[in-house]
Design a protein around this ligand. Sequence first.
Ligand code: PLP
Length: 351
Amino acid sequence: MIGSATDHMLTVTWSNSTGWGAPAIVPYAPLALDPAATVLHYANECFEGMKAYRSKRTGKIRVFRPDLNAKRLNMSADRIALPSFDNDEFVALLCAFAAVEERWLAWSGNATILDTDENDFLYLRPMMIGTTPRLGLSKPNDAMLLIIACKLPSWHSRPLRLLASSPEEYVRAWPGGFGFAKVGANYGPTLKAQSNASALGYDQVLWLFDADKRLVTEAGGANFFVVWRNEDGRVELVTAPLEPGTVLDGVTRRSVMELVRERMPEISVSERQFSVDDIVTAVDSGRIIEAFACGTAFFIAPVGEIGISGRDVKIPLKVDGKSGEYARTARRWLEEIMYGEIEHAWGVPVN
Ligand code: PLP
């Protein structure tokens, strides 16, 4: 695991006949699974990823928009025939678990500081798996919901270098598929392309869809935004649309769009299809402003370069050569909420 696993995990089991059982927070330990468990054969696993932060103002632990993770977990579970879990109950369990593990996060008012920094966070990983021991292909009758956590340092990366995928060779998601769901089956098959990109010095794959149109979808485990000046001179923040089901409805993606719409009405915020060729044209004609990837793992990560058809296309990083202005602003807005510097409905205290 990246970072240090905390010492507990939360488990709840489900069966078709009795429904969800009583949740338990127990010491972190390996699972005992029947080797015929459906998850090991048919990949019925979905997960979530979110962070818990210690408020710099009150010292309380907060999670960011957990209701959206609850809904997305249920949406993903439904796509792979796993049971649904009550949204409010999920948020309550998540908060209870984060509260148990809170001593892993520093606070100068806390006697149990564990060699840490005030910007660190706990990464929470809820997941659901099908556990029925059966080699036949049918909906599982048994499932388990788990939550584990690990402590990670705050993410201060250099600007990302992305490599646009070759849609003739690899496609991450397609209409009618399951790219919109956070299921493990979306990730394992991307690891070879990711490792090829890493070997060439890139950080993430920028996944394209449709060999002719070369449409941009997502950047590895993150959504992708471009800011450019349109031909009519208006600044546009653009990202790939949720339809036709080829990108994840990222909590960070949504939050960035909502805040920009609310606080920068002069900017057009668009969810629409665009291609890597549109990016190259915008760079060559000087209309490009910046690009960034965003998600729980990378937070708001400025993009400095994109490898497109053998050319490393440079994307401006106008603030200190490290970020664009919009990425910097969005990051600051979100940090204020996540670390509880301001009171906001999206920052939910866990106790
Ligand atoms: N896209 C993919 C494929 C992801 O795995 C993630 C991470 O969860 C995201 C986008 C960003 O989503 P979020 O902002 O909810 O972390």
